[in-house]
Design a protein around this ligand. Sequence first.
Ligand SMILES: Cc1cc2nc3c(=O)[nH]c(=O)nc-3n(C[C@H](O)[C@H](O)[C@H](O)COP(=O)(O)O)c2cc1C
Length: 196
Amino acid sequence: MSSLKLAVIIGSVREGRFAPTVAAWFADQAAAHGGFEVDVIDLAEADLPLALPAVPPALEPDPPRPAGMLDLTARLAAADAFVVVTPDYNRSYPAALKSAIDWHFTQWQGKAIGFVGYSGASGGLLAIEHLRQVFGELDAHTVREYVAFPRYYLLFDDEGKLREPDEPVAAAAVMLDRLHWWSTALAAARGARVGV
Ligand SMILES: Cc1cc2nc3c(=O)[nH]c(=O)nc-3n(C[C@H](O)[C@H](O)[C@H](O)COP(=O)(O)O)c2cc1C
């Protein structure tokens, strides 16, 4: 069993959000994969001020952070890989997610990142494509594979279960395999202590 740590990040913090349903489904897939220790991070639990520190975290990796962000920072730092669960907000991703990204640098650097998207017709893909550009600047590697739920409200039932799970389950498995391959390689390259 690998000790690679995978952080699943819930990117929407709004009241009445659907995000936790998608994240819970994906966390189950990640646990079933068996290659990761899974940590679900809910950005709604973090203090994420829009006012950033005076010096960018790329230059000052450990700026003063609000007390309500310290748990988030520690869990991002501990992760070897990430899966960002994101909706499309006006053809991009939620502002809370951008804030969480911009408050950090080394916590993302040299790590593998996958995506699960959901929304109306575009299924989160517009957010995902923007995030790929952003994470490139964070010196992170985004994997090619992804899971998308266009018109998610037709795909999940009232209990939050997928009506036809086979295709998304297969897509998640393929993405997790690639994420495992990349995060194993990148952990070794970072000199991270992984494995038991
Ligand atoms: C501010 C805002 C902008 C949105 N923009 C889009 C959009 O560009 N494309 C789309 O398909 N859905 C869009 N939606 C619909 C969301 O994808 C949908 O409300 C989804 O449930 C949002 O995820 P959440 O409930 O986890 O916050 C938008 C929703 C909000 C709140």
